[in-house]
Design a protein around this ligand. Structure first.
Ligand code: SF4
Ligand code: SF4
Length: 714
């Protein structure tokens, strides 16, 4: 894995039934023409060799392939391509050799074993498979053997198919294939589950059979998954593949996707909505902190002795397609780790899963992840070895999830249009907050300002007879030495949170803050009595994120039906005025300074209208219009395992919320949708009008064939 350059996006010449790019095809998100200069510039930004990817990369005209690979050879000394192999001809092979192109081929076996990689009808499918097989053999003869990716499923790895699959691997070994990556099927739709899913037992059985084959019947061919897993168990993970390395689903560091227009995207495995999101600017490991804390019964990995090695596995394979859960192939991986662990014990080795220092290594990982950094087992073991020996203690109970908010845009266009607008709205709102005081709308305001602006505004406030009381300092980096008076001061200051009011009101606010007198504080800040009372009830619940309370009137626990994965039972659909839309508040887009007590709170609507009017009078008409527009769009908030995801037409964000075992979802319906908004497969996205790819006739013929091959059709 590395830089995956996708000039043609997901365009392909065949129709694999289980392809993890089918959600993108179903959503109709096809790429426009590619731009060679934009792609090259994006590759240079990544600074690494690239592999052409698809869809099917070899659909690209040969002159363009040659132009890219000759440039790639010049820049990086090598190239790569991942292909289904059906189009490879002599001219391609000449290009591979001339430009040092490593070839990866995705194929699931010979003849019927590869029928899931469908191509219009059975005859064409078998013909395509034969061409792939011939290409593999030619490449081996030419001295450039391809690496293969083989996905295990019912069509090639059920008990009746395994002998043929083993024969095929023996044949591949003889012709010169050396590396095969085995994939466990990623299931993105009920149809794929029905047609191709193996039970966990059957999948383990298939894997173990292939492991035995590797040990006894394949002189040279290696399945890298077993080497990876053994090395992980022995604490040697420097070279392990991405699926074991705490992949951040918002930034997939191991896969740097580049689209035909140069846009940087994530590994497509994470795109369940059918949208190729832009990489989040900031990386994070909240998924792994959440899995470490969450019981296995509820979709996490707590107390699994293989957590260090597995880490919940690839987020693209998560239960319910929700990366806040562990992989749905957990049973398979656990079964294989157990088997390999036993083998190592029998050979006199002591795997990390059985060593007393396992917990201490886990704590090193957690500490790093809490700081937003990753590590590896080998590094953590070294660190442990160099630390002073500690007396054995019970592992500490993990503390709360660190605060974070990370954003992924749907594409560069939406970001170019809306990111500056969001910044202008936030600036305007900070002004409106304090302007509400001299305008007589409330006695005190609390606003957040950058340091330079704070200095500037302090002079303006003095001129208006207002004072300022700094409440907290926000920024990055460790706390500066000498932070005093109980106020935490980060080394790099981004902003100050400041109360602004006439001196007598500021004195009253200080007094109320000192006494924790919430009623008096709310009164001074102009919070309606109903919302203030609601906030007091919330603080009794100690809620970090009151979204669910505000929408439903109670905490999540009170609404939790028993069925763990019946997520639909915990979805609430709401319609409400834009003034009480609270789902954009993490990005500073909100129409009231306080959190309303409910979506129908009249007092909050009234305050929002007056503040927007004030914003208009202060010269922020445009910003107030954008704010009204954004708050009128549909948006979804969902919470699971302490992570909230807010999806909107132009971006999604992940942030901290209260930890729940079950998933809770609020869908706020809107009455507007931005021109730049995404087309996707689920709420809140606009759906494409045309037919879905997986509903096409060719695709349907293939799935009927798969059903009849299983005897499920007459
Ligand atoms: S989503 Fe999965 S396959 Fe993709 S980079 Fe992450 S771990 Fe690897
Ligand atoms: S084996 Fe299962 S429980 Fe253990 S870390 Fe992997 S996914 Fe989590």
């Amino acid at each position: 894995m590395g830089v995956e350059l996708k000039p043609l996006g997901v365009v392909c010449n065949i129709q694999c039934h289980y392809c993890y790019e089918n959600p993108l095809r179903d959503a109709g998100n096809k790429p426009a023409a590619y731009d060679m200069d934009a792609m090259k510039a994006a590759v240079l930004r990544e600074g690494q060799p690239f592999s052409l990817f698809g869809g099917e990369a070899l659909l690209m005209p040969k002159p363009d392939l040659e132009a890219l690979w000759s440039w790639g050879l010049e820049q990086f000394g090598r190239n790569g391509v991942q292909t289904n192999g059906t189009l490879i001809d002599d001219a391609h092979i000449a290009l591979f050799k001339r430009y040092k192109v490593d070839v990866g081929i995705s194929v699931d076996g010979p003849a019927e074993l590869n029928d899931a990689r469908w191509s219009a009808n059975l005859a064409k499918t078998r013909d395509a498979t034969a061409r792939t097989q011939a290409a593999i053999e030619t490449l081996c003869r030419e001295g450039i053997p391809p690496g293969l990716i083989v996905t295990l499923h019912r069509g090639n790895a059920s008990a009746d198919k395994l002998p043929a699959l083993c024969d095929w691997f023996r044949h591949l070994d003889r012709v010169g294939v050396r590396h095969v990556r085995l994939h466990v099927l990623e299931i993105d739709s009920p149809k794929v589950r029905e047609l191709y899913a193996l039970s966990a037992e059957a999948c383990i059985e298939a894997m173990l059979r292939l492991l035995a084959l590797e040990q006894t019947g394949l002189p040279a061919l290696r399945f890298d998954v077993f080497d990876d897993m053994r090395a992980l168990l022995m604490g040697r993970d420097e070279k392990s593949t991405c699926t074991w390395n705490a992949c951040d689903p918002l930034a997939t560091q191991a896969v740097r996707g580049i689209e035909g227009n140069g846009q940087a995207t994530n590994c497509s495995r994470t795109n369940k909505e059918g949208i190729d999101f832009v990489k989040s600017d900031a990386g994070g490991f909240e998924r792994y902190l959440a899995l470490y804390r969450t019981s296995q019964e509820h979709g996490g990995c707590r107390d699994c002795r293989f957590f260090l090695m597995c880490k919940g596995q690839c987020p693209g394979t998560a239960i319910d397609g929700d990366w806040r859960n562990r992989s749905e192939s957990c049973e398979v991986w656990k079964g294989l780790f157990e088997h390999l662990e036993q083998g190592l014990l029998r050979a006199g080795e002591l795997p990390l899963s059985r060593r007393p220092e396992r917990r201490a290594v886990e704590e090193i990982f957690v500490e790093r992840w809490e700081k937003g950094r990753n590590t590896d087992i080998a590094g953590a073991l070294k660190r442990l070895a160099s630390a002073a020996p500690a007396s054995p203690t019970e592992p500490e109970k993990p503390g709360p999830m660190p605060d974070f908010t990370r954003v992924s845009w749907i594409d560069d266009r939406a970001r170019d249009v809306w990111q500056p607008r969001l910044a202008r709205i936030a600036t305007a709102w900070a002004e409106v907050e304090w302007l509400s005081v001299p305008a007589g709308l409330r006695a005190c305001a609390i606003t957040t300002l950058a340091p330079g602006l704070f200095v500037q505004r302090a002079r303006a406030w003095a001129g208006l007879g207002l004072g300022a009381l700094p409440l907290s300092v926000h920024g990055r980096g460790p706390l500066a030495a000498g932070a005093a008076g109980g106020i935490a001061v980060p080394r790099r200051i981004d902003s100050f949170r400041v109360a602004v009011a006439a001196p007598k009101d500021l004195a009253a606010l200080t007094h109320a803050l000192d006494r924790h007198d919430d009623a008096a504080i709310s009164d001074l800040l102009g919070v309606p009595a109903c919302c203030a009372a609601h906030r007091r009830r919330l603080s009794a619940d100690a809620a970090l994120d009151p979204t669910w309370h505000i929408v439903t009137g109670g905490p999540p626990r009170a609404h939790a039906p028993d069925a763990l994965h019946d997520n639909d039972a915990r979805i609430v659909d709401v319609h409400g005025p834009w003034q009480t839309n609270i789902l954009w508040r993490w990005l500073g887009v909100r129409a009231t300074p306080h959190l309303p007590c409910g979506l129908d709170c009249e007092a909050s609507r009234d305050i929002a209208d007056r503040l927007c009017e004030l914003g208009g009078q202060a010269g922020y008409d445009q910003e107030m219009d954008w704010m009204r527009e954004i708050l009128s769009w549909p948006a979804e908030w969902s919470a699971l395992h302490g992570i909230a995801i807010v999806s909107t037409p132009i971006l999604k964000l992940a942030t901290r919320t209260d930890a729940t075992d079950r998933k809770f979802t609020v869908r706020r319906h809107g009455d507007d949708y931005p021109a730049e908004g995404a087309t996707g497969l689920c709420f809140p996205y606009r759906r494409q009008a045309a037919h879905r790819f997986t509903a096409s006739r060719a695709f349907g013929i293939g799935t009927e064939h798969a059903l009849s091959a299983r005897g499920a059709l007459p």
